[in-house]
Design a protein around this ligand. Structure first.
Ligand SMILES: Nc1ncnc2c1ncn2[C@@H]1O[C@H](COP(=O)(O)OP(=O)(O)O)[C@@H](O)[C@H]1O
Ligand SMILES: [Mg+2]
Length: 106
């Protein structure tokens, strides 16, 4: 949508997630911001922030197949949501990626 900070990306994403959740669908919201704050827009109470356990590093597997790099998850999505997703109001669950472990080579 926009890389510009403070332009409403999180507000719009969180509001859409809640509206879709209220319509009866189960929503999985993923906060991939290195400074995550989607929980606030999703209506998670500040007292529940301690429940957020960011996804661990090293979940992505890179394999080279016929000269191409294939990227896949090392664990099934269902398992990750069970272990790491936090229930929010309006039928929404939240997964937080957390900050990068460190800088790599450019
Ligand atoms: N339509 C709007 N009108 C007024 N304030 C808004 C609107 N959308 C977002 N904001 C406020 O602007 C700030 C930045 O919004 P946010 O969604 O966090 O931006 P981003 O994710 O793009 O950095 C927040 O304080 C939010 O409450
Ligand atoms: Mg944001």
């Amino acid at each position: 949508m926009s890389g510009k900070g403070g332009s409403g990306k999180t507000t719009i994403s969180g509001t859409l997630a809640r509206l879709i959740g209220r319509s009866g669908k189960r929503v999985l919201a993923v906060d991939a911001d290195s400074n995550p704050n989607l929980a606030l827009t999703l209506g998670l109470s500040t007292g529940s922030y301690d429940l957020i356990n960011p996804l661990p590093h090293g979940l992505m597997e890179h394999r080279r197949v016929n000269g191409e790099v294939q990227v896949s998850l090392s664990r099934p999505v269902e398992e990750l949501t069970q272990d790491y997703a936090v229930d929010c109001p309006d039928n929404v669950s939240l997964l937080v990626l957390g900050p990068p472990g460190g800088a790599g080579t450019g």
